[in-house]
Design a protein around this ligand. Structure first.
Ligand SMILES: Nc1ccn([C@@H]2O[C@H](COP(=O)(O)OP(=O)(O)OP(=O)(O)O)[C@@H](O)[C@H]2O)c(=O)n1
Ligand SMILES: C[C@](O)(CO)[C@H](O)COP(=O)(O)O
Length: 379
């Protein structure tokens, strides 16, 4: 019996976002695909299916260890390309794996292979344990029986001749290869899947996968990130300043492209910093006229949403405003409440305080206000 792994990685990862398709993004310092290939290295022969645009990179990074083939417009077409390539190669069975599932364990692969000895198809799955509802318009409209329902995973293993024939005669598109196999009447055994055998699908899955990797390496599961931010705005003509979302009466205003909320800007940068996601200017360029006079709440809400999307919880933030005047103390509680509202966290996780610079420097000369901020994110 000669087995080959087929790793399909020709998708564009549109739901995961990021600067490049998810299979190329870093996980534990190397591309997601590196982990997936390593998990199947012991199988001996691997066919890696890549998007035509990625072939040059694929040859450079993995050319020496796998057979490369260009994928199609759908996952089904990508699998088919690899199956056709393997026909007549001497391979008798295949394990078809999502490139975006980097944490598949040797034990799970062994279970699929063992089940393949008894059936022409075998695939890992986990029973549905949560209650199942139907819903519409944000309301529960009914319930479904979860008995006998499973969440499908990969690798899905098959007799090569049987699954190739099923693909040739089957639907052009299907959710997975088990669906293709079943449409052709093949018997598919269910083997035990694993909660950690996740497919990277959404942005937050990267943080989940990182946490699993850390735990497997014996490192603490918790990913704690700290970011800092600093900002300065000069005084100008005006009758108030906006600080941490609160309008504070003052004999001067603050100069800036947006509403010049120096405290909120420092905090926004602290969150971007913790995420290693650049700074406020990268996400909201000052050259873009649409941000002229904008409420800084937009920037802070964006940074908080980015943190949530990546799977982080904002555990606390701390802002220090540096100015001689206006006096911040009487407004600090309102500022904390406003920041907490925008961030979607409890007010007791938000601190706003102020200090003077003892009349030294530009803040001491009352030429402007400076702010520093810290944010902690945990996944
Ligand atoms: N034309 C395609 C589409 C998907 N895949 C692969 O199939 C696996 C599972 O698909 P999915 O998670 O849906 O990946 P994408 O199609 O890349 O993601 P999205 O739907 O978010 O764009 C991935 O490893 C993906 O690269 C593929 O090889 N060829
Ligand atoms: C094949 C698969 O991974 C089984 O769970 C899945 O069907 C493919 O991914 P998608 O997110 O459904 O496109």
């Amino acid at each position: 019996m000669t087995t080959a792994a087929i790793i399909v990685a020709a998708g564009r990862g549109s739901r995961a976002g990021g600067p490049e398709p998810k299979q190329w993004q870093a996980l534990g310092g190397v591309p997601v695909l590196r982990h997936t290939l390593d998990a199947f290295a012991h199988i001996g022969r691997t066919v890696l299916v890549l998007h035509p645009d990625d072939m040059t990179r694929g040859i450079a990074e993995f050319g020496g260890e796998v057979t490369l083939v260009a994928g199609g417009a759908t996952r089904t077409a990508s699998v088919r390309a690899a199956l056709e390539l393997l026909e007549g190669s001497g391979v008798t069975r295949v394990l078809i794996q999502d490139g975006a599932r980097p944490l598949t364990s040797p034990a799970l692969i062994a279970r699929v292979l063992a089940a393949l000895d008894q059936a022409p198809g075998a695939a890992p799955a986990l029973p549905v344990t949560d209650a199942l509802w139907t819903g519409a318009g944000g309301r529960v409209t009914g319930a479904r029986d979860r008995e006998g329902l499973f969440r499908a995973q990969t690798p899905q293993g098959f007799d090569l001749a049987a699954i190739l024939a099923a693909h040739r005669s089957g639907p052009a598109e299907a959710p997975d290869d088990v669906a293709i196999a079943r449409a052709a009447g093949l018997d598919v055994a269910i083997t035990e899947g694993e909660e950690e055998n996740i497919k990277i699908t959404f942005p937050g899955d990267f943080a989940r996968a990182e946490a699993i990797l850390h735990r497997r390496k014996g490192a603490p599961a918790m990913d704690v990130r700290l970011g800092n931010g600093f900002d300065v705005h000069a005084f100008c003509e005006g009758d108030h300043v906006t600080l941490c979302g609160v309008k504070v009466p003052h004999g001067r205003g603050l100069l800036g492209h947006s509403d010049a909320d120096v405290g909120m800007h420092a905090l926004t940068d602290a969150i971007y910093g913790a995420l290693a996601a650049g700074d406020i200017g990268r996400h909201f360029p000052p050259t873009d006229p649409q941000w002229k006079g904008a409420a800084s709440e937009i920037f802070l809400a964006h940074a908080a949403a980015l943190a949530r999307d990546r799977g982080y919880t904002l555990t606390n933030v701390d802002v220090t405003l540096i100015c001689e005047r206006p006096k911040v103390g009487p407004h600090a509680a309102a500022m904390c409440a406003e920041l907490a509202r925008i961030l979607g966290i409890a007010p007791d996780r938000v601190s706003v305080k102020a200090t003077t610079s003892e009349r030294l420097g530009f803040t001491g000369r009352e030429e402007g206000i400076a702010a520093i901020a810290t944010a902690t994110l945990v996944a």
